[in-house]
Design a protein around this ligand. Structure first.
Ligand code: NAD
Ligand code: WQD
Length: 337
């Protein structure tokens, strides 16, 4: 019998791509999403890719009664937990909104999972838990330090809650620490839907090329890196989604209490290199200027992703040009309505 996986936040950017890959790998998928940062039509777009309907519950996971009702109706075998707010800047201005949704949501979910004896969970964490590190490539043994933002705090606290439950309550947890997810599904049917002015580099680039933004500001070129701009580990969202299938397979069968994996390509790219790759695949000149450093930016960070590669038998298939090409096609599809 195929296993049934609940995907919280399954209509969001990474969640939607993961639903596609889970369906392609013969999992039955149930999605819960409150549409706080997504649209209902994403479910139809997923179906257009996979040919399979998406069983969707529109609900806030903090609503314990609704979540309880879902677990009564569906025979859930495991959970991939994406549902959370994710804007670092917003979390600084509205920390309680982040503590309540991200930490509250994790607690609500774990309570219902516990009651229904569902033990396997894959959790979306972030490389932000490594803080302002000076060490790259960075592996999973690097200490988790003081968070840079309330958003980062929510990831550290949720990791800790999960570890406690794994040690003492029989939960089997896989913690995935994403580096910088970018790009879109090659079909251009699903991708990132940033609300308002994007904070992240790649949506800002594609919106600038589309004429929605006047120009990109590169946040500083006086860092101690070869071209002076920040270095990040950008990973294609489809590669990231595929890692979730491997992580779910593992969570359903693992012996140890919990496990933690970095998800990145293991390669760093500077901001200027990303711009260059975008210009190459799009055939455009991207209007950009050099501006001041952005407060809170880490100089350079990229993953040692060898643990995920070896233990989950997972590798990245997409390179930087693929990331830019699919991001641009997705942006163009939005422009066409
Ligand atoms: P997203 O905002 O596109 O997706 C999150 C989804 O969760 C949205 O569809 C939103 O409507 C839903 N949601 C939020 N709160 C909810 C709630 N209480 N109940 C039900 N649904 C809720 O974000 P994303 O980029 O897909 O990120 C997914 C996860 O990955 C998040 O936990 C995020 O913190 C983490 N993450 C993201 C990145 C990144 O750069 N995108 C990096 C590291 C970690
Ligand atoms: C990438 C690089 C900027 C915009 C964030 C979160 C992190 C994780 C991933 C969730 C940086 C530069 C950006 C612009 C620029 N998310 N930049 N001009 O900051 O690495 O990580 O998303 O967990 O927690 O902090 O990503 O895309 O914002 O920036 O020059 O207009 O692009 O300075 O070097 P970041 P980003």
């Amino acid at each position: 019998m195929n296993k049934t996986i609940l995907v919280t936040g399954g209509l969001g950017y990474i969640g939607s791509h993961t639903v596609v890959e889970l369906q392609k790998n013969a999992y039955n998928v149930v999605v819960v999403d409150d549409l706080s940062n997504s649209k209902k039509e994403v479910a139809e777009r997923i179906t257009a890719i996979t040919g399979e309907p998406v069983k969707l519950y529109i609900s806030d996971i903090n609503d314990q009664d609704d979540l309880e009702a879902l677990f009564e109706l569906e025979a859930i075998d495991g959970v991939v937990h994406f549902a959370a707010f994710k804007s670092v800047g917003e979390s600084v201005n509205e920390p309680f909104k982040y503590y309540a949704n991200n930490i509250g949501g994790m607690i609500a979910l774990q309570k219902v999972m516990n009651k229904h004896r569902v033990s396997s969970v894959v959790f979306s964490s972030s490389c932000t838990v490594y803080g302002d590190t000076k060490q790259s490539p960075i592996d999973e043994t690097h200490p988790v330090v003081d968070a840079i933002s309330p958003y980062g705090t929510t990831k550290i606290v949720c990791e800790q809650i999960l570890k406690d439950l794994c040690k003492h309550s029989g939960v089997k947890g896989v913690i995935l620490r994403y580096f910088n997810p970018v790009g879109a599904h090659p079909s251009a049917r699903i991708g990132e839907l940033p609300l308002g002015v994007p904070n992240n580099l790649v949506p800002y680039i594609t919106q600038t090329a589309a004429g929605i933004r006047e120009k990109l500001t590169v946040f500083g070129n006086d860092y101690n890196t070869p071209d002076g701009t920040n270095i990040r580990d950008y990973i294609h969202v489809v590669d990231l989604a595929k890692a979730h299938v491997k992580a779910m397979d593992y969570a359903l069968t693992m012996d140890q209490e919990y496990d933690i994996f970095n998800l990145g390509t293991g390669k760093g790219h500077s901001v200027l290199e990303v711009i260059k790759a975008f210009e190459k695949v799009s055939g455009t000149d991207l209007p950009h200027v050099i501006g001041d450093r952005r407060t809170g930016d880490v100089e350079q960070i990229w993953a040692d992703a060898s643990k995920a590669e070896n233990k989950l038998e997972w590798t990245c298939q997409y390179d930087m040009e693929d990331m830019m090409d699919t991001a641009w096609k997705w942006q163009q599809s939005l422009g066409a309505g």
